[in-house]
Design a protein around this ligand. Sequence first.
Ligand code: NAD
Length: 329
Amino acid sequence: MTLDFKRILITGGAGFIGSHVVDHFCAVFPASEIIVLDKMTYAADFRHIEGPLGQGRVQLIVGDICDYNLCRGLVANCELVIHCAAESHVDRSFHSSVLFTQTNVLGTHTMMEACRTAGVPRIIHVSTDEVYGEVLTGTCDEDCSLNPTNPYSASKAAAEMVVNGYTHSFKLPVIMLRANNVYGVRQFPEKLIPRCCLSLARGDKIPLHGDGRNERHYLAAQDLAVALEILARRGVIHEVYNVGSMEHYANSEIARLICDAFGKSFDENVVFIPDRPFNDRRYAISWDKISSLGWAPQRRLAQDIPQVAAWYRENADRLYKLMKRTDSL
Ligand code: NAD
């Protein structure tokens, strides 16, 4: 079944992933009215969506997903809600864990309640593979149990439980997406790839947690946006879909790729720093289910890194000031 949507709400659309979703949805749903609800936290930037905003393709509402009346007003007559807004950085969750529960759990609850009372016919909740916890061998499919290990992933798992309650009790038409690590331009430089790029762009060394052997899979933000389009058009309501890639790299390998992109030596430009309180060694998911809907990742991290690195080089001064302002350095 192929659907078109008159009105689409994207929460967190001025953040990293949300802004790529905005770009893609503007292109593939040209007749849809697209609204972004974003609190404009440190991770958001008007510039991320300045093209669609300037063209009048998107309306930006600055507000909080914990504000029921605001959410209820915005989802009225929406035919699709893509719920991306969240506090998303694991390291921050060790210091401000209550904020993570507030935004990710209460905010999701508030948004689901607004969708329920407004009768929104299709909702996609964006979650993370981190809800499965550490996966030392093999892969997790969608039926694996949740075993989050840090305040961020715990808040995302708790948000999923709220959604679960709504799908069972109220038959709320939600589809759940669990994505592995995502890369691309516009990601706040507290996460590994942008942080490495910004460090080298500023002539600093790359700080690597622990021994640098922790491994992550990486999915391009554009590929995730396509997955969301496919789920919007033909995802099965109440199902969970893993969305991942075969691109797995140890943190030190990522640092090496980025050193190469900057023409700098790894040995002279990487410094190892103490690890997080707890750092999952590996996550791994299988995504056969969404493959059966015709989705597969198209992009390769190694090919994209030079272009991502160039974007951080061009934006280095602005991002460095932002990092200082948000105490992220
Ligand atoms: P991000 O931190 O770059 O962006 C989050 C956005 O949500 C920002 O624009 C922020 O202003 C907004 N926001 C935060 N609190 C809000 C609130 N109370 N009300 C309204 N807006 C609020 O995060 P991201 O990396 O783009 O992640 C987007 C989603 O994808 C999140 O749900 C995250 O858990 C999930 N996810 C991210 C990754 C990844 O690697 N980045 C991987 C898997 C899943």
